[in-house]
Design a protein around this ligand. Structure first.
Ligand SMILES: [Zn+2]
Ligand SMILES: [Zn+2]
Length: 350
């Protein structure tokens, strides 16, 4: 198969021919039709993820067709159109037994714990627990983003964030996951204040229904003051959708009394833990929550909203590229991530 591979952290990735994967017991091999380029891939390439063993193939937001099933797979057949959460759960640990597959104790993640989907084929474990069937009419490019950024945003806003109609929701960072969160919060009847340094990102946030946009470049120490002022005292729910010490603290300080902060953007431990204003957490009785993807069995409410058009993840896709263009696009994620979501099509003509 052709795949994007890197042999050293931060060193140029290349497209090369590699052996095709074989399906593990209970798992499948999927022919990748579309795979999203995510900031987490960039973190992995930079060496911020301790699970990655070199040489490595990145990619964890995918949709495609089941090519081959391993022994012990009951629910899937070659030819099935599927996607998968980026957290592939074991289905047997205590977290899985409680229905919290997104924090499985023995999880695997394509593109992190093993080779990922910037390739024509990818192996996925525990298919019966993790695969999600794609409804007719949902394109691979649209579905690819559901497994990571869109599902994570959905769980952050609806599940962990418990958004309610009429509430103010602040979204700090309007990349793929932040724009998804804007769209989902608006669909749930919330009023959204979107924060980013990029005018293009803020334009997209406004197009997806944000009531107010804040240019964070005018507030280098954090846009929380602007958010509190614009929302008449603070947001009820605030997300750090970027993942940085500044946006994390600004998100917490954006909240009104008893507000909920959800950390969505990754904060690699190599950079040290961010300073969280805990005195404010106590005095205002704030909640600090995390969101880590979404279990396959929690997809149906999100899929229903996508199928009836209440949610439009297709509008988040702003660029589609071939595999050969992926190494340069991966490197650019650090400094110039672009606006919206970039989709790679590994099985397309190059
Ligand atoms: Zn991702
Ligand atoms: Zn598990």
């Amino acid at each position: 198969m052709r795949a994007v591979v890197f042999e050293g952290f931060g060193q140029e990735a290349r497209v090369r021919d590699l052996p095709d994967p074989t399906p593990p017991a209970g798992g499948v091999v999927v022919r990748v039709e579309a795979t999203g380029l995510c900031r987490s891939d960039w973190h992995g390439w930079m060496g911020h993820d301790p699970d990655i063993v070199l040489p490595h193939v990145p990619g964890h937001e995918l949709a495609g067709v089941v090519e081959e099933t391993g022994p012990g797979v009951h629910n899937w057949r070659p030819g099935d159109r599927v996607t998968v959460p980026f957290v592939c759960a074991c289905g047997r640990c205590s977290a899985c037994a409680a229905g919290a597959q997104q924090v499985c104790e023995r999880q695997t993640q394509p593109g992190f714990t093993h080779w990922g989907s910037f390739a024509q084929y990818v192996a996925l474990e525990h298919a019966d627990v993790n695969l999600v069937a794609l409804p007719e009419g949902l394109s691979y490019a649209t579905a690819a983003g559901l497994g990571c950024r869109f599902a994570t945003a959905f769980r952050a806003v609806v599940g962990q964030g418990r958004v309610a109609p009429g509430e103010w929701v602040a979204v700090h960072g309007c990349g793929g996951v932040g724009l998804s969160a804007v769209m989902i919060a608006v669909a749930c009847g919330a009023r959204v204040v979107a924060v980013d340094v990029s005018q293009r990102a803020l334009e997209l946030a406004r197009a997806f229904g944000a009531s107010v946009c804040v240019d964070a470049s005018a507030h280098p120490a954090g846009a929380d003051g602007a958010v509190r002022e614009l929302t008449g005292g603070g947001a009820a729910l605030s997300l750090d959708a970027l993942g940085s010490p500044v946006t994390c603290a600004a998100s917490v300080r954006s909240l009104r009394r008893q507000g909920r902060h959800v950390q969505v953007g990754l904060l690699p431990s190599a950079a040290g833990d961010p300073v969280v204003p805990m005195a404010r957490v106590i005095a205002l009785e704030l909640e600090i929550l995390g969101s880590h993807g979404m279990a396959a069995h929690d997809y149906p409410p999100m899929m229903d909203m996508v199928l009836v058009g209440t949610l439009r993840p297709d509008l988040l896709v702003t660029s589609t590229i071939a595999l050969d263009a992926a190494p340069a696009a991966l490197a650019a994620m650090g400094t110039a991530p672009g606006a919206g979501v970039t989709i790679i099509e590994p099985s397309g003509k190059t």
